[in-house]
Design a protein around this ligand. Structure first.
Ligand code: PAZ
Length: 321
């Protein structure tokens, strides 16, 4: 595969993807977060999570969305924090969030009750949580507050592909200051296609004009400048999602050959909750949840994070020698 030209990628980013107005402010926040946690002896992981949105019109009514619930990223954030990392969580607005992800399927109003009969008859009665509807809420809430008080999680939101690309670049540049202590865990589902701003219709596309025909350009491969230029000393893990299992490992290997980063987590859409392969230039580790694991509510993200934190340890040691 031909290696993408980095200068052309940088130029394209600036020209064809709108720069979010708060990008410099966020970059400073991320650099300060990384500096303060590494000074305290922690490593820092940048997790990307959720799917990007690509508008089809400038005044957007329709868009192309990449599938991802954000569960992989949100669950992994918790396991990284448990392993001693500080986490920058670059996630799609309203996708799953660490800790609260566990209560996604519950209607908040079903989990609340008035205390006593009196409360129920007024608009100002005291409201309490029904712990039968929210099992484990006290344990999760305690951990959430520990993480919040320790400022171990820095959430940053994106919605569109443009926001994602510029914020990831800013994150990479911010984390370059901490060298090999930074890890990138790129679990977001990112569009391969986009319509440049100059070619996008301003107004809602009209169905009266007949069937819709789209011509989209290829999104620049941002992994290339990230690895080679923006954060060259960091440990970088990308994710590869396929629906056809027969091409998965080949594509994961090709990504490693092309971008020369440290690991690819390969997964198939339907089996991603119970089976992934972590591919590195030298190794290939299958991570599988057994029926027993599932019964015990073990999550595959715990195994992925354990595998990668060990690899990151080794990587840091090799850099020091
Ligand atoms: O967010 P989720 O838990 O529903 O799914 C996770 C995932 C499949 C998006 C992730 O594991 C992944 O493979 N991300 C990269 C996707 C890609 O190749 O574009």
């Amino acid at each position: 595969m031909a290696e993408p030209r980095i200068s052309s990628i940088d130029g394209k980013l600036a020209e064809e993807f709108a720069v979010p107005s708060h990008v410099e402010e966020v970059k400073e926040k991320m650099a300060a977060f990384a500096g303060c946690h590494t000074a305290a002896g922690r490593r820092v992981v940048l997790i990307t999570s959720g799917g990007t949105k690509v508008p089809l019109e400038s005044r957007t009514v329709r868009f192309l969305d990449n599938f991802s619930s954000g569960r992989r990223g949100a669950a992994s954030a918790e396991y990284f924090i448990d392993s001693g990392y500080a986490v920058i969580f670059l996630h799609r607005h309203r996708s799953l969030y660490p800790y609260s992800r566990m209560f996604l399927t519950i209607n908040m109003l079903d989990a609340l009750q008035f205390r006593g009969e009196e409360g129920a008859s007024s608009n100002t009665g005291e409201v309490v949580v029904d712990q039968q509807v929210l099992p484990n809420i006290a344990k999760v809430l305690k951990r959430y507050h520990e993480v919040k008080d320790g400022e171990l999680l820095l959430p940053i939101e994106f919605s569109t592909l443009s926001e994602y690309l510029h914020l990831l670049k800013a994150a990479a540049q911010a984390l370059s200051t901490i060298g090999s202590k930074a890890m990138f865990y790129l679990a977001a589902a990112v569009s391969d296609f986009y319509i440049p701003a100059s070619e996008m219709p301003e107004h809602k596309i009209q169905s009266s004009n007949g069937p819709l025909q789209l011509s989209m350009k290829m999104v620049p491969k941002i992994l290339s400048p990230l690895v080679k230029e923006w954060a060259p000393q960091a440990f970088v893990t990308s994710f590869k999602l396929e629906t056809d299992a027969t091409i998965l490992l080949d594509k994961a290997r090709r990504a490693l050959d092309t971008y020369r980063h440290q690991a690819v987590v390969a997964n198939v859409l339907d089996s991603r909750r119970g089976y992934v392969v972590v591919v590195t230039p030298e190794t290939q580790a299958e991570l599988i949840l057994t029926e027993e694991d599932v019964k015990n509510e073990v999550e595959i993200e715990e195994r992925i994070v354990s595998n990668l934190t060990s690899a990151h340890n080794k990587f840091i040691t090799q850099q020091v020698v």
